[in-house]
Design a protein around this ligand. Structure first.
Ligand SMILES: *Cc1c(COP(=O)(O)O)cnc(C)c1O
Length: 392
């Protein structure tokens, strides 16, 4: 009973609506964009706390090699900068991201107008969708490309054309050939996640010669700092081509929790993307930490060296075990273990979190991030006895 004495639900229309939605017609889904029904949620690496809770383990017994995070943790300089920034948490951040964009521009010989910040570089993938995609449009990706491109295209009702990637490497000639008048965007993850493969400067240059001006090319370079001589895609930004280069603070800088990434593009294109974002999409503590992390070359060099050492060792061990793996340019390796989901689950029970690849159509594979040497050894020690026992 409410204060006025009315019975709840005494409106006959309310009763009819309730019945209708119970029976499935007049679901709120009928009012939503129809393509949202196809949208599957992104499945992230399992957090340590979840595994501890579910399996009754202590968090310190668990290692997470599931999200390509930095095993050394954040840059100490970034941590110091964030401690200071916390004291100013009552102020809204600089929505224009002046200092961080200046710092990024200076590092790459560009102008601030060429830089846009995102809540992770993933948000910039969304901006590109918001700016250019509508129902009926197409984007092009490689078959085993980072899945977020397809998720974002689906969000805007666009179709994803997945081009075969022999040897798990983007086939840029085939991707160029797949461009139609409906194509709005082509995504090139370089190195790609989850395969770790890379395309060369020559392949990129040949591709760029064929791309018509109505297509925006997105080079996702989340792992480019791990590559010794990465291809130069910023030359296309300088030439004013319709190109967005994505980079992130989540990987080599060890700042994944800050959710700060950036896009580099011609000023005109960046000004389009700026229209699509919320005024304060990059938080202030994150901006302060990211700027300090950007300038901390020492931490990046240390992370790079540790990663390459661990990757060489791990790939060597896979080879010795007779396991097929994809030689990686990034801080993770894709390896074929038989029943990926079973191995993923068995490892998790031992306190080692990796990633199963069913969502990528690779049920026989797992992806493991490179950790400290101690973590890498622990992973292999737990993996060895599972091989052959966990059947496909
Ligand atoms: C990790 C990763 C990113 C980075 O995402 P953020 O939103 O910046 O954390 C982007 N692209 C690929 C391919 C990645 O693997």
């Amino acid at each position: 009973m409410e204060a006025g004495g009315r019975m709840e639900g005494d409106n006959p229309l309310e009763f009819v609506w309730g019945l209708a939605s119970l029976l499935g017609f007049m679901s709120i889904w009928n009012s939503a964009h129809p393509w949202l029904r196809e949208l599957v949620s992104y499945e992230p690496g399992k957090p340590i706390e979840d595994v501890a809770r579910e399996l009754g383990l202590q968090p310190h017994e668990i290692i997470k090699l599931a999200s390509n995070e930095n095993p050394l943790g954040p840059s100490p300089k970034a941590v110091a900068a964030m401690r200071e920034a916390v004291e100013r948490a009552h102020f809204y951040p600089d929505g224009g991201g002046y200092y961080l964009r200046e710092g990024i521009a200076e590092k790459f010989g560009l102008k601030r107008e060429n830089v846009i910040l995102g809540c992770g570089s993933n948000e910039i993938i969304e901006f590109v969708g918001k700016a250019f995609l509508k129902p009926g449009d197409e984007i092009i990706t490689a078959r085993h490309a980072f899945v977020v491109y397809k998720l974002m295209a689906t969000l805007f009702g666009a179709r994803t054309v997945e081009v075969e990637d022999p040897g798990f490497t983007h086939d840029l000639d085939a991707m160029a050939a797949a461009i139609t008048p409906q194509t709005r965007e082509v995504f090139i993850a370089n190195p790609n996640n989850p395969t770790g493969t890379m395309v060369s400067q020559e392949e990129i240059d040949r591709f760029m010669e064929k791309v018509p001006p109505h297509v925006v090319v997105v080079f996702d370079e989340a792992y480019y700092e791990f590559v010794e001589n990465p291809p130069d895609t910023l030359k296309y930004v300088r030439e004013g081509r319709n190109v967005v280069v994505l980079r992130t603070f989540s990987k080599i800088q060890g700042l994944a929790s800050l959710r700060i990434g950036y896009g580099l593009g011609p000023a005109d294109l960046v000004s389009v993307l700026q229209k699509t974002r919320q005024p304060f999409n990059a938080n202030g503590i994150g901006q302060a930490g990211a700027l300090a992390g950007l300038l901390d070359e020492e931490h990046q060099a240390k992370t790079r060296a540790l990663t390459i050492e661990g990757r060489d060792w791990m790939q060597g061990e896979f080879g010795a075990l007779g396991l097929e793996y994809v030689p990686s340019w990034a801080n993770f390796v894709l390896v074929k273990v038989g029943d990926g989901k079973a191995v993923f689950n068995a490892l998790m029970k031992k306190g080692v979190i990796v990633r199963d690849m069913a969502a990528y159509g690779l049920p026989e594979w797992i992806r493991v991030s490179i950790g400290t040497m101690e973590q890498n050894r622990r992973f292999l020690d737990e993996l060895r006895p599972l091989l052959g026992t966990v059947s496909a």
